[in-house]
Write a protein that binds this ligand. Structure first.
Ligand code: AMP
Length: 278
């Protein structure tokens, strides 16, 4: 496994990698959700590149960029076990030298949900992922359904910016045995918060059940999800959304495919999860 820190070295090494090349961008502090992406990429490509880069431009000024968990040695050991070919881990100044001021920005779809809660977040994501695509030049790139809006935004970006030699692939959310979606930020949870955090997936399953039982009124589903979450004293709902799974337009009447997504805060930790009703 080759560990690469400079853009020039990554570009040089890319020329030697057998194609097709699969690419998994991450912010590190890896877990089984990341490894599932790498394994899948490995299964359908000749080479796999993983990036580890805590991207400062996707964090708001009051967010956890400085505190975001980091453990590169552990990450590298995990990536060895899934036969990663190269790990690209540039320092911040390599990606954003002094005076850096070029941005990739999408429209409406980035103003909803996470974009409404975190106004500069998606501009940071689309900019860094475009840079990473230009550096790594993958044939396929893999993202997790865990960040449903991000996956939609990046798929739309690749299509609309004519990144035609690149396939963007979204893979299912990997969960803990009790249903909590795996996330690097789960480490922030106290034992009591960790226990209460199962309420996110429970509320998503409730929405699914209600739909299966014939409920089509999005407000009623929303209310029942809210009632369930409010039974958990440590949980604070940031938002619950029932939206068209492609445009993210909010729905009054549930029509398929619908994305049911939510953010619930435990203390200062924002937990994000979703399911798609199909
Ligand atoms: P992050 O390191 O959090 O930026 O995530 C890197 C990639 O892993 C993104 O495409 C995420 O959507 C994906 N990912 C994170 N958590 C999970 C999970 N529990 N299951 C599947 N993919 C995930």
């Amino acid at each position: 496994m080759r560990i690469i820190e400079s853009i020039a070295d990554m570009k040089k090494f890319r020329l030697k990698l057998p194609e097709p090349v699969g690419f998994v961008p991450t912010m590190g502090y890896l877990h089984e959700g990341h490894l599932a992406l790498v394994r899948h990429a490995k299964s359908e490509n000749k080479s796999v590149v993983v990036s580890i880069f805590v991207n400062p431009t996707q964090f708001g000024p009051q967010e956890d960029f400085g505190k975001y968990p980091r453990d590169p040695q552990r990450d590298l050991a995990m990536l060895e076990t899934v036969k990663t070919d190269a790990v690209f881990m540039p320092p911040v100044e390599e990606m954003y030298p002094p005076g850096y001021d070029t941005w990739v920005e999408l429209g409406k779809i980035t103003h909803r949900l996470e974009g409404a809660a975190r106004p500069t977040h998606f501009r940071g994501v689309t900019t860094v992922v475009t840079k990473l695509f230009n550096i790594v030049q993958p044939n396929r790139a893999y993202f997790g359904q865990k960040d449903a809006q991000q996956a939609l935004v990046l798929t739309k970006m690749a299509r609309e910016l004519n990144m035609d030699d690149l396939e963007v692939i979204t893979l299912p959310t990997v969960r803990e045995p009790d249903g909590l979606a795996m996330s690097s930020r789960n480490i922030y949870l106290s034992p009591a918060e960790r226990k209460g955090a199962t309420v996110l997936y429970q509320s998503l399953r409730l929405a699914e059940q209600l739909y299966q039982n014939g409920e089509r009124d999005a407000r009623k589903v929303h209310q029942q999800m809210l009632d369930l979450i409010q039974k958990e004293p440590l949980a604070q709902v940031d938002y619950i959304s029932i939206a068209n799974a492609e445009t993210l337009d909010e729905l009054d009447t549930i029509k398929l495919p619908a994305l049911v997504s939510l953010v619930v805060k435990f203390g200062r930790t924002r937990l994000l999860d979703n399911i798609v009703l199909r």
